[in-house]
Design a protein around this ligand. Sequence first.
Ligand SMILES: C[S@@+](CC[C@H](N)C(=O)[O-])C[C@H]1O[C@@H](n2cnc3c(N)ncnc32)[C@H](O)[C@@H]1O
Length: 289
Amino acid sequence: MTQSNQAHTNGTGSSGVFQLFRERLSRDAMYGVASYWDARAGARSGMARSLWPSNAFNVLWDERQRAIVGRVLGDLTGHRVADVGCGTGRITRWLAEERGARHVLGIDFSQATVEAARNESAALVSSGLVRFEQGDVVAGLGSVGAVGFDDAIVLGCLSVACSDRPSLERAMLHVAKLVRRGGRVLVLEPIHRSPLLRRVLDLGLEEWIAAANRAGLELVAADRMGFVPVRLVFSVRDLPGAIVGPIFRAGERLLDAAPWLYALSDYKLLMFTRSSRPIEDASGPASVP
Ligand SMILES: C[S@@+](CC[C@H](N)C(=O)[O-])C[C@H]1O[C@@H](n2cnc3c(N)ncnc32)[C@H](O)[C@@H]1O
């Protein structure tokens, strides 16, 4: 086993706080690499393959994300939707099964994760309602061969896929190119600059919005979720849902009720529409397809 493979193996499957902190120390080199997510797809179970170590916490996180994303996106009847960095497909399936989307394409750069998503969505895939493809949002999604979507959503992917401003700008451009003019791009990501909370990407909200603007996207709505103290304590250890549930929901109600607690929200939701002006590519101006 090579050293880098060993690091990926060691960095998965544990629900310990210590393990999580060890992962954090090397995350810059780890989270942006497909083999890390491949290993995680095999070493963990359920939503912990794509979310937090505690599946009891993930149930609550998933419920809250669906509520907030559903509220902002509204009715998707007849829409074609792309789910970028789809993980094992929890949101891809939900968009197709419960939100009325006509077709949903899940894209992820981890082959093992894509295979797990296909296996878990066998009926939806064979009916043609859902498709999963391997694609890298930073390198480019040309190989996926898909454009003209009504909506694209990105949940917790860009913040691990991108390591700096240029890579975020490239990734935003690739997501923007998936949707038609007037189509929407919804991003729900941990966006922080504080040393305690910041992820791989050390950029603030304004810089995320600027990267989206450069990709021809205009901000139309914003929201937030994930009350940080609760997320930090309960996402790593499986405690009974009867204990975590009321605490988690109280934290989220607090965030909704107190706008001044904004800095204590882990995830920021940004909803954009694709304008008709040309998209600027790093390699020169490119026309909207
Ligand atoms: C934190 S998980 C979130 C998964 C899913 N969106 C969800 O919320 O359940 C991040 C996902 O992004 C994927 N990912 C990371 N970098 C990527 C890249 N450059 N291109 C495509 N997918 C990527 C990982 O494989 C992983 O499945």
